[in-house]
Design a protein around this ligand. Structure first.
Ligand SMILES: Cc1cc2nc3c(=O)[nH]c(=O)nc-3n(C[C@H](O)[C@H](O)[C@H](O)COP(=O)(O)O)c2cc1C
Length: 248
């Protein structure tokens, strides 16, 4: 295994027209399904949507971002207690998974599966991009994909053969988030020093200028992840979780 893969990986947002072979997709998902999961219940499911006319509505719910439109496959990964609950009932067991704890556990497992798919796919020469927009429009996507009760889309992975090398993104140094024994009381100066790598990263400095802001943090709070956007999406996500039957 190429251990340089991890530090060198990048999200890819542009893809060629080359099709991802069905057998390769099956193998990637099968390998990825060996990821750890709660109680080995495997409370997830995936809807694969291939590029084509029939996918346009789904791409629209992802705001037609390039990765959604160009990727050969969009994998909508769902927290799914429907299948497991049906198996329980068919086996003389009464399922008790219509609650928030069950959603949380299924979501955790689905997201871990999604990340394992990303890793395996990239190690097989594919490029990938998460589409966080899946949790902005979860109700619409559930309806479009015909998701039944106790199924909520929680991640979407766009997969395809990359058309470019992607863009390198900065990372915090580990002292910024890896603490020993106890959570430290960081000074303001330490916080600023830890995040300096983001403030000074050339692409980020460009975003600040392009958006007419004074700092990178303002790009996040005022442009990318605003209060209105975060609160509006919270309502939509909560409604989808409730509609699926995970919240009374
Ligand atoms: C949950 C999640 C949602 C994301 N949503 C999007 C998205 O909607 N569009 C996009 O272009 N990238 C998306 N990304 C990719 C991130 O922007 C990317 O991982 C981050 O900027 C770091 O870049 P890198 O993966 O190339 O290191 C998402 C990543 C995650 C984990």
């Amino acid at each position: 295994m190429d251990m340089n893969y991890f530090a060198g990986r990048r999200t890819r947002r542009h893809f060629t027209d080359r099709r991802v072979d069905d057998a390769l997709l099956q193998k990637i998902v099968a390998d990825a399904s060996h990821a750890p999961n709660t109680g080995n219940m495997q409370t997830y499911s995936i809807v694969a949507s291939r590029k084509g006319e029939g996918r346009k509505a789904l791409e629209g719910f992802h705001f037609n971002q390039p990765a959604a439109v160009e990727a050969d496959v969009l994998l909508t990964v769902c927290a799914d207690f429907n299948l497991f609950s049906r198996w329980c009932r068919l086996s003389g067991a009464e399922p008790c998974y219509d609650n928030f704890m069950s959603f949380s556990s299924a979501m955790t497992d689905a997201v871990i599966l999604a990340q394992q798919i990303v890793t395996v796919a990239e190690l097989n020469g594919l490029g990938s991009c998460y589409l966080g927009t899946v949790t902005y429009n979860p109700g619409e996507i559930s309806q479009l994909l015909g998701l039944p009760e106790l199924v909520v889309p929680v991640a979407c992975v766009a997969l395809g053969y990359p058309a470019d090398g992607g863009v390198e993104a900065e990372r915090l140094g580990t002292p910024a988030f890896l603490f020993s024994e106890k959570y430290p009381e960081l000074t303001d100066a330490q916080i600023l020093e830890n995040y300096r790598v983001k403030d000074e990263y050339p692409d980020n400095a460009r975003f600040v200028a392009e958006n007419g802001k004074e700092s990178l943090a303002q790009v996040f709070t005022d442009v990318r992840y605003t209060r209105a956007m975060m609160e509006g999406s919270s309502e939509k996500l909560l409604a989808a979780i409730r509609r699926a039957g995970f919240l009374k």
